[in-house]
Design a protein around this ligand. Structure first.
Ligand SMILES: CC(C)(COP(=O)(O)OP(=O)(O)OC[C@H]1O[C@@H](n2cnc3c(N)ncnc32)[C@H](O)[C@@H]1OP(=O)(O)O)[C@@H](O)C(=O)NCCC(=O)NCCS
Length: 178
């Protein structure tokens, strides 16, 4: 998992209005997984509260499970001042890419980083369609993906007593596939 660097310099719109943030979005490697797991628990903490369930996925995920899951996936990390403050992953499924677990550290949310992560993962895969699943009550996530051109497919799957996953997808006409 080595390689491509997206160097991003952007103006934050709200919390640090007027300041310029230096953020790097680059591929993560296996050594980053412990830090990404901690970030995942922080970022999804509020998701657990939203569904009133401490076992809301991916909160209970262990490091071993994350390492196993990382095989065949591209992980990107957003790094600021040497710390991972965001991450996203994508998996090539042939003619499509499944995006999963976009996350931004709670102290850095609503500054445009989630959007940058989705843009960056879309550049990693030359496929005609991207899709993802997210919780039915995750309004910020659904709104973020809608703004980036994703549409709800209408498919729903019950995951826990309180959580349903809804599916979203985005067609990329003109892009390759296998
Ligand atoms: C979903 C998540 C990754 C978004 O990251 P982010 O860096 O905060 O998102 P951005 O700042 O790029 O915002 C993108 C859009 O989301 C919306 N948004 C972000 N934070 C918001 C907030 N606190 N309230 C309302 N809308 C918000 C806005 O519509 C924004 O659009 P805009 O740029 O036109 O204003 C982040 O909230 C997160 O880590 N959540 C917990 C983990 C999670 O639920 N992941 C998704 C499940 S797969």
């Amino acid at each position: 998992m080595a390689g491509v660097t997206h160097s991003i310099r952007f103006k934050d719109r709200r919390a640090y209005r007027g300041s310029v943030l230096r953020l790097e979005i680059i591929r993560a490697c296996k050594d980053d997984l412990p830090e990404i797991l901690i970030l995942q628990r922080l970022a999804f903490y509020r998701v657990g509260l939203r569904y009133n369930d401490p076992d809301t996925p991916p909160l209970p995920q262990t490091l071993d499970e994350l390492v196993e899951e990382s095989d065949g996936q591209v992980f990107l990390k957003a790094v600021q001042d040497g710390k991972i403050i965001g991450a996203i992953r994508g998996k090539d499924n042939g003619n499509s890419c499944r995006i999963s677990k976009v996350m931004v550290h709670p102290d850095h949310q609503d500054r445009g980083i989630g959007r940058k992560l989705v843009n960056a993962i879309e550049k990693e895969f030359n496929v005609p369609m991207f899709d993802l699943r997210t919780g039915h009550l995750d309004e910020v996530t659904i709104s973020l993906y809608k703004k980036l051109g994703y549409v709800l497919t209408g498919e729903k799957e019950q995951i826990t007593e309180t959580l349903w996953f809804v599916r979203m997808k985005k067609e990329m006409p003109g892009r390759g596939g296998k």
